[in-house]
Ligand binder design. Structure first.
Ligand code: GRF
Length: 189
């Protein structure tokens, strides 16, 4: 089975997934893709000898080069790990129930447009939530509204800063995402 990981940022989730599958011969991380030539994920990919494909808006939205490359490579599952652009409908349609994403909050709360990255944790703190967490879900054309696969939560103390919430949530991401990706792959049959 082959995985392609999309990331725009530091790529700590991508790295945890690469570490998790490093010893496995049944699963290969064939490619890491990014829209950001400065993304930390590029250096992390290099350490794991995983090829990186960079693309810009034109390449991603005006052509189908990314989708056709993923199809040519026989990618079985697309894993979004901090990818900041919406996927073109053509890509989502080419991989039905074959794209997963991790959202750093308990969807359906704190989801949707603009609710990503550190801003989510600021919104959770501002709302006085007693807990936050992660949501791993399939990606459909409505993005954060795809079927939920897994959720885990963490307490939010009244004194917690957004940074402290982000840290607790990241612990959950790193603890659960690799295993949940593995479970989804096993269910692909
Ligand atoms: C994580 O918070 C993830 O939930 C969100 O983007 C961030 C990615 O972090 N989708 P990293 O680049 O994997 O460190």
């Amino acid at each position: 089975r082959s995985i392609a990981i999309f990331a725009s940022g530091s790529g700590s989730n991508a790295e945890k997934i690469a570490e998790y599958f490093a010893g496995r011969t049944d699963i290969e991380i064939a490619l890491i893709l990014s829209n950001n030539p400065k993304a930390g994920v590029i250096e992390r990919a290099r350490r794991f000898h995983i090829p990186v494909l960079l693309f810009d808006r034109t390449g991603f939205y005006q052509t189908d080069q990314v989708t056709s490359l993923l199809q040519k490579q026989g990618i079985d599952l697309i894993v979004l790990a901090g990818f900041m652009w919406l996927l073109p409908a053509s890509l989502v349609q080419a991989f039905p129930n074959r794209i997963v994403n991790i959202h750093p909050a308990l969807l359906p709360k704190f989801g949707g447009k603009g609710m990503y990255g550190h801003f989510v944790h600021e919104a959770v703190v501002a709302a006085g939530e007693a807990e936050s967490g992660i949501t791993i879900h399939f990606v459909n054309e409505q993005y954060d509204e795809g079927q939920v696969i897994f959720q885990a939560n963490c307490p939010v103390e009244p004194t917690d800063s957004p940074d402290e919430v982000a840290r607790k949530v990241q612990v959950l991401e790193h603890r659960h995402y690799p295993r949940v990706v593995d479970e989804v792959l096993q269910r692909l049959g």
